[in-house]
Ligand binder design. Structure first.
Ligand code: MN
Length: 248
């Protein structure tokens, strides 16, 4: 299993009790990790975590599941936005527990997309659980191609929605849990390899009874290799090239 030079484009390092050691390990193994922020008020603390890092980057976000209670923090979001190129976790969540707050979620997501479009070169890691069509509608209207890049994290939409996303130029970050399901593997097999990044979504995804972290994304590489019929090293090469294209 590969343990170095990995890519984790969506994780929540601040939510790990041992985040200091984890960040040191990412740095030592040259693992490109993007740690997301769930609420703007947590930005300063998160930014401090990764201060001086070569390989760990921090995204500023307002998680759709917190949109209703934290929409008052949009002002803080706006104030800090110029401090990072990365935005997340943002998006919409249409699953039963969160569908009631979709109006608040939409207000927040629209405002964030408008701010990003204005800036013109942000990279967004976007949550779209049970709301893929709505998320794509917002992106299509508010973030025209060339005004920013979208990475759909843990996509669970239909194949048709995935095709629509591709036509809008989005990337996809894939985690181990997605590749556990037939549906996830089907999705991955229809996506062009050069639109795929890897993620752990740790600590929210568990494996063998413990939360996965950027250090475990070698598992995702291996499973992608299984889908593509390629050795791990080549898959990692493809993913790293995709990341370079995305950030360049
Ligand atoms: Mn997440």
């Amino acid at each position: 299993m590969l343990t170095e030079d990995l890519v984790d484009f969506h994780c929540h390092l601040d939510l790990f009790p041992n985040h200091g050691a984890l960040i040191e390990a990412c740095e030592a193994r040259r693992i490109k990790a993007l740690t997301v922020t769930n609420a703007p008020a947590a930005w300063r603390g998160n930014q401090d975590l990764a201060r001086g890092c070569q390989h760990v980057r921090v995204a500023l976000g307002l998680h759709p599941q917190l949109a209703a209670e934290r929409r008052g923090e949009l002002g803080i979001f706006e104030r800090y936005l110029s401090e990072t190129r990365y935005v997340g976790e943002v998006g919409l969540d249409g699953s039963p527990g969160f569908a009631p707050s979709l109006r608040d979620q939409q207000d927040v997501f629209r405002r964030i997309l408008d701010l990003c479009a204005e800036d013109g070169r942000k990279i967004l890691t976007v949550h779209s659980r049970d709301a893929a069509g709505m998320v794509l509608d917002e992106i299509e209207t508010r973030l025209p191609p060339g005004r920013g890049a979208i990475v759909l994290h843990w996509f669970n939409g239909t194949l048709e929605e995935a095709r629509r996303a591709l036509s809008l130029g989005t990337y996809f970050s894939v985690n181990a849990r997605m590749l556990d399901s037939e549906r996830g593997r089907k999705l991955v097999s229809m996506l062009p390899a050069e639109r795929i990044l890897t993620e752990s979504d740790g600590p929210f995804i568990q494996r063998n009874g413990r939360p996965t972290s950027p250090l475990d994304t070698g598992v995702v590489i291996r499973r992608l290799g299984g889908c593509w019929g390629l050795p791990d090293v080549e898959v990692l090469g493809v993913v790293r090239r995709t990341l370079r294209t995305l950030v360049s």
